[in-house]
Design a protein around this ligand. Structure first.
Ligand code: SAJ
Length: 415
C-alpha cells in the first residue's frame, strides 16, 4: 500500500478504533513514536473533546504524553483509509456470563470496507479465545480478500494496569499472535516502536488465551487470599501476618485479601475463558468467593457494631487505590447490602466522580457514623490516620479491609 504521509519506512498511518482506557494511551504512544495516528470512536463528544485537547479520563502521565503526541494524532468522526487498524473496543459481559462481542463485531464490520492488499488489522480487545480467527477474520474477508494471503491479521492483548498504564504499556512484555508470519512480523515492528519489554510471537488463539489466563490467575489467587482471610478469622489469627510469612517461601506468592474484586478485567475475563465449558470449576468458584466479600465485610461490621441499624460510612468508591474508576467496585455492592439490611450508608472518595451512590466530602461522610469501613487504600487516606484513631477512641467502629494502617484498626482476616 502506498504511504499516505511523509516519513521513514517504519512510520505508518495507523487507525485506532475505540478511544477508551487502552485505545487512547496506545494511540498516543504510537503517535509519539513517529506514526501518523488517527483515532475513531462512536462517541462524537469524545472526538470533539480530544481534538480540543481534553482527555476523557485521568491516568498517570497521560496529559504529558498527550502534549508530546498531539502533532501526530487526530481524532476522526468517520473512518478513513490507513495502513493498519487497531481495534480496542470494550467487551462487556452478558447476563449469561458470556463475552459480548457486539462492539468487536461492529468495529470489524466498520473497517472491512478499508481492507486492501497489505493492510494489517489488529484486535486488542480482551475476547473469548478464537475470536480473531473465527469472528473477526470472516467479517474482514467479506472484502473478498483473504487473511494471511492478501491482508494481515493479528491479536495483541493489552497488559497495562490502570494507575500505571503508560509505564506498563512501554515496559511490559507483549504477546503477539498473528495469523501468519508476515502478520506477526509487521505487528511486532509496530509495537516495538514504543515497547521496551520483550515481544513474544505466537498464534492468535494462544495470544487470546494467555490474556484470559493472566487475569484468571490473579482472580483465583485473590480468591485464595480471601478464603484464607475467612479461615484466619475462625482461627483467631492474623491473615496479613500469615500471608507475609508464607510468601517468604521461594515458590509462594499469595496476593492480598480485600473487600472484593472490582474493575472491568478480573470480574469478567476469567469467565470468558470458561464460558463454553460446564465442567470447569476453579475459575467460577474464585469468582463466587470474590463476589462474596462485600457481604462478608458488612457482616463483620455488624458484628463489631452489635446493633441492628447503624450509620455506616464507606471510605473509597473506586475499584482500587488511587484511581477514579469505579466499575464493578465492591463499594457499590457493600452500599446496597447495607441498605438492604436496614443501615444508613454514606460514601466518600477523593477521585471518583461518577457513582450510583452520592459521593460526599470525607468530613461529611464520616459525620455521625457508627462504623467506618476503609474499602480502598487510597494514599489520601494515610493523612486521615489520626482523625480515624480519634473516632475509634470515641467508640466508632473502624474496619480496615485493606490493612492499610498495619493493624491499627480491626482488619478483615483477623480473629
Ligand atoms: N485486588 C485484591 N487483592 C490483590 C490485588 C488486587 O483484592 O492482591 C483487587 C483490587 O483491589 C481490585 C481488583 O482486585 O478491586 C483488580 O485489581 P488489579 O490491580 O488486580 O487489576 P486490574 O483489574 O486493575 O488490572 C488487571 C491486570 N492484570 C493482571 O495483573 C494479571 C492488568 O495487568 C491488566 O492489563 C488488566 O487487568 C486488564 O485490562 O485486563
Amino acid at each position: 500500500m502506498e504511504k499516505s504521509h511523509k516519513g521513514s519506512d517504519d512510520e505508518m498511518k495507523i487507525c485506532i478504533v475505540g478511544l477508551g482506557y487502552m485505545g487512547i494511551p496506545t494511540a498516543l504512544l504510537l503517535a509519539k513514536n513517529g506514526h501518523q495516528v488517527v483515532g475513531y470512536d462512536i462517541m462524537a463528544e469524545k472526538i470533539k473533546s480530544l481534538n480540543n485537547g481534553q482527555l476523557p479520563f485521568d491516568e498517570k502521565g497521560l496529559p504529558e504524553l498527550f502534549t508530546q503526541a498531539r502533532k501526530n494524532f487526530k481524532a476522526i468522526p468517520t473512518l478513513e483509509q490507513a495502513e493498519a487498524y487497531l481495534i480496542a473496543v470494550p467487551t462487556p459481559i452478558t447476563r449469561e456470563n458470556k463475552c459480548d462481542l457486539s462492539h468487536v463485531k461492529s468495529a470489524a464490520e466498520s473497517i472491512a470496507p478499508f481492507i486492501r492488499k497489505g493492510v494489517l488489522a489488529i484486535l486488542e480487545s480482551t475476547v473469548k479465545a478464537g475470536t480473531t480467527e473465527h469472528v473477526v477474520r470472516p467479517i474482514l474477508e467479506k472484502s473478498g480478500l483473504k487473511a494471511g494471503k492478501d491482508f494481515l491479521l493479528a491479536y495483541v492483548s493489552e497488559k497495562a494496569i490502570p494507575g500505571n498504564t503508560i509505564h506498563e504499556m512501554i515496559n511490559n512484555d507483549r504477546i503477539i499472535g498473528g495469523i501468519d508470519e508476515k502478520s506477526q512480523q509487521l505487528t511486532a515492528k509496530i509495537y516495538s516502536s514504543f515497547v521496551k519489554g520483550k515481544i513474544h510471537i505466537t498464534d492468535c488463539t494462544t495470544a487470546e488465551t494467555v490474556k484470559l489466563m493472566e487475569n484468571s490467575y490473579r482472580d483465583a489467587n485473590i480468591a485464595l487470599a480471601n478464603e484464607f482471610a475467612k479461615v484466619c478469622e475462625q482461627l483467631r489469627i492474623n491473615v496479613w501476618d500469615a500471608i507475609k510469612l508464607a510468601n517468604h517461601h521461594p515458590r509462594v506468592n499469595i496476593h492480598s485479601p480485600g473487600p472484593g474484586v472490582g474493575g472491568h478485567c478480573l470480574t469478567t475475563d476469567p469467565l470468558f475463558l470458561v464460558e463454553d465449558y460446564d465442567w470447569t470449576s476453579i475459575i467460577k468458584t474464585a469468582r463466587e468467593i470474590n463476589n462474596s466479600m462485600p457481604g462478608h465485610v458488612i457482616s463483620l461490621t455488624e458484628k463489631m457494631l452489635g446493633k441492628k441499624k447503624a450509620r455506616i460510612a464507606i471510605l473509597g468508591a473506586a475499584y482500587k487505590k488511587n484511581v477514579d474508576d469505579s466499575r464493578e467496585s465492591p463499594t457499590e455492592s457493600m452500599a446496597k447490602t447495607c441498605r438492604a439490611r436496614g443501615h444508613e450508608v454514606t460514601v466518600t472518595d477523593p477521585y471518583v466522580k461518577k457513582f450510583p451512590e452520592k459521593i460526599l466530602p470525607f468530613d461529611e461522610a464520616i459525620k455521625g457514623a457508627d462504623a467506618i469501613i476503609i474499602a480502598v487504600d487510597h494514599d489520601d487516606y494515610l493523612e486521615k490516620e489520626s482523625a480515624l484513631l480519634q473516632l475509634q477512641q470515641q467508640g466508632v467502629k473502624v474496619l480496615d479491609t485493606r490493612n492499610m494502617f498495619n493493624g491499627k484498626f480491626k482488619t478483615l482476616g483477623k480473629g
